[in-house]
Ligand binder design. Structure first.
Ligand code: GUN
Ligand code: ZN
Length: 452
């Protein structure tokens, strides 16, 4: 296939002072030759690529604007239906909104319904790669992986484990946490585009024995990832300090069990100390910055400048359902707003920074930087086509934008799910004209459809 499009991506890190220019790559009339295995084999001006590959079927996408698939590094599967509860800080929101809903996923049929809604939410938003906080119930996590596989999504997820401070049905034991994680990983880790993530909810609800069991799962599952929450809310931070008097700080509750590394992503980190940032930088652990969630729960202003100065990698997370939707464009815009409002302490963000945070930075945070994140030769063709409905402000704005920078700024200011027309993962199209469609039919009960 030879795709012809106007495209933006960020192969060079705009946060790196050595990166010159606008911080993004823009091609007015790009040719991308994609082989049957979904890899971009040639890239260049359309006329040049077309001349070199005269037999390739051309797909003309010039009615829209092509971007790399978006990457969401922190999003909760069981929380689709609690999006939009306003006015509560973290611990009250968990008690009143998130945790009651999460208990419903004990029912496999309910979990399957939510898995459908959740995966459709990701695809509709143009999110092709994600690190997903799973459920406390193993059959629900099976349902999520099965649905992600049906759409060919690139997804990393796992069983959420806790052994205290949550409602009883959400609690487990270290041994059960280990056994269920291994069983899930044996079914899903490394299958198609799926990977396993070891996922204690947060150390507030996970004792040392559960955290030790998490390390044991990492030892047993080659290439597994790790994710949890950290330093989100002041009351949470104070509670964790009281629970772990022997640890240097919140980050140390994980680091003590060797849970941090370049395979790890910690969500939020709104209130880090400098020693915590130093540990995260030394381990290569990334942070999921969740701007709408941080604002909706009143968690605080994310210190992006301090993260970058310390050498901690940062990408974006929607944090559905504390976050206010699946759109990573919206997270980028909120990041821009909030950093701007932080004055001297904020990080000034241009359109290239936002696209990088929404794509390549996320891929790098998840250890997938060689596979996806931009539209370079050798990468998988994970992409979305923005095609705003005629007459909308985004349509008008893009048609009248004077410069590529202005056009990309309009994308982050105005784009929503309604503008995401087509979505591809690994060259397979999973949304067309705004309608999501699976690449693999649903398997009849008791049988699995061969991956393909
Ligand atoms: N900390 C522990 N659990 C959660 C959750 O579900 N959402 C958020 N935002 N923070 C958490
Ligand atoms: Zn979260």
């Amino acid at each position: 296939m030879l795709y012809r499009a106007r495209a933006f991506d960020t192969p060079d890190d705009p946060f790196d002072p050595a990166t010159a220019g606008p911080g993004f790559r823009h091609d007015d009339d790009l040719g991308l030759l994609v082989s049957d295995d979904g890899v971009i084999r040639a890239r260049g001006p359309f006329a040049t690529v077309a001349a070199a590959h005269r037999d390739a079927a051309v797909i003309d996408l010039r009615a829209g604007l092509l971007l790399p698939g978006l990457v969401d590094t922190h999003v909760h599967f069981p929380q689709v239906r609690v999006i939009g509860a306003l006015g509560m800080p973290l611990l009250e929101w968990l008690d009143r909104c998130a945790l009651p809903e999460e208990q419903h996923l004990a029912s496999p049929s309910y979990a399957a319904t939510i898995a459908g809604e959740f995966v459709a939410g990701l695809v509709s938003a143009g999110t092709t790669t994600s690190l997903v906080f799973g459920s406390h119930f193993a059959p629900a996590v099976d349902a999520l992986f099965a649905e992600a596989e049906r759409y060919g999504l690139r997804m990393t997820s796992g069983l959420v484990v806790s052994d205290r401070m949550l409602p009883d049905p959400l609690l487990t034991t270290p041994q059960r946490a280990y056994d269920e994680a291994l069983a899930l990983a044996s079914r899903w880790h490394g299958r198609e585009r799926l990977r396993y993530a070891v996922t204690p909810r947060f150390s507030l609800s996970a004792s040392d024995p559960v955290l030790a069991a998490c390390r044991a799962v990492l030892d047993a599952v080659d290439g597994a990832c790790f994710t949890s929450h950290v330093n989100e809310n002041n009351a949470e931070v104070a509670t964790v300090a009281g629970q772990f008097p022997d640890r240097a700080h919140y980050v140390d509750t994980y680091d003590h069990h060797a849970l941090l590394g370049s395979f790890a992503v910690l969500a939020h980190n709104v209130h880090p100390t400098d020693p915590e940032l130093a540990v995260m930088a030394a381990r290569g652990t990334a942070v999921a910055y969740c701007p709408t969630s941080n604002a909706a729960l009143g968690s605080g202003m994310f210190p992006l400048t301090r993260h970058l100065a310390a050498g901690v990698r940062v990408a974006l997370g929607s944090d559905v359902g504390a976050g206010t939707g699946f759109s990573i464009f919206k997270e980028g815009l909120q990041a821009y707003f909030l950093q701007h409002l932080m004055g001297d302490e904020g990080m000034p963000l241009g359109a290239g920074h936002l696209l990088h945070l929404a794509t390549a930075a996320g891929a790098a945070a998840l250890g997938l930087g060689d596979t996806v994140g931009d539209l370079s030769e050798g990468k998988q063709f994970d992409a979305l086509l923005l095609r705003p409905p005629p007459g909308t402000a985004l349509d008008i704005g893009l048609r009248h934008a004077d410069t590529p920078e202005a056009a990309l700024g309009k994308v982050f200011a105005l784009a929503s799910d309604a503008d995401v027309a087509d979505v591809w993962v690994g060259g397979e199209q999973i949304a067309s004209g705004g309608f999501v469609r699976p690449v693999t039919p649903r398997a009849p009960a008791g049988r699995r459809t061969p991956a393909g």
